[in-house]
Design a protein around this ligand. Sequence first.
Ligand SMILES: Cc1ncc(COP(=O)(O)O)c(C=O)c1O
Length: 279
Amino acid sequence: MNTSIGDVLIDGSPVAPGEASISVFDIGFQRGYGCFEAMRAYNGRIFRIDGHLDRLQASAAKLHLPLPPRDDLASWCRTVGERAGDSVVRIFVSGGVDPKRLGTESRVAVYAEAVEPPGPSFRVQSRVAPWHSDGVAAELTGAKILSYGYNLAAGVAARRAGFDDALLFGRSGHVLEGPTFSIAWTEKGGLVTPTLDLGILASITRAAVLEVAADLGIAVNQGVFELDRVFHADEVMVLSTVKEVLPVTAVDETTFPIGSVTSRLAAGYRDLVAAELDR
Ligand SMILES: Cc1ncc(COP(=O)(O)O)c(C=O)c1O
């Protein structure tokens, strides 16, 4: 089932969703060598497109993967976002079909899909993520690469256990992030969230929410925390481009209320988006 709203742009050319394809010989398909971004368009305008393109370029650089000119990437994303209105704009960069010269024939696909409204609750299952950098930097740490198999499998396993998604912690026991979102919680009215030094993704939403917290006078503590800290939190929330600020109603068997700090941050985030995009 394709979920694209309108045509897919492949290297900038519109292709009907049912016809949009990339070679089975592409190393992006075969080995997950490539990178991607998910952006949010509000009424056709993309929030923090520059941050997303910076991160895409950083991911591609870590893979030694050449990209088309940034202006082209931006224009393709904007075109798709404008056409789709409120949507998630996705961009994928494949590694190309020549395994000896990665990136020489890479393809760029951009399309938009509908935003799914969140469900009434969001329950996560804590799961160890032995593959995660967890503070030990490796060549691709922090890159948003196509190899998301570990992350997605953790989410699938959590859903099979009756949860909505996974909450990852490292071998060290430190809480990290979700498979596709950042995590934060509150303690005595302050906001607590794992530090980027752990090698978690430098989330655009997390950065924006920290700005909102500063504006609202909410103290922020970024650091290295045992998973146990989450179970003793007052409120728990996940942060991502797609989920925005979403309250977590349970971590494993521990339940959490949808509290006032989360609600204020969610409203503040929406206000920030509106202010930036109306500018
Ligand atoms: C592993 C991971 N962490 C965090 C995030 C949230 O990042 P952003 O706020 O930029 O969407 C994502 C988003 O896809 C992710 O894949």
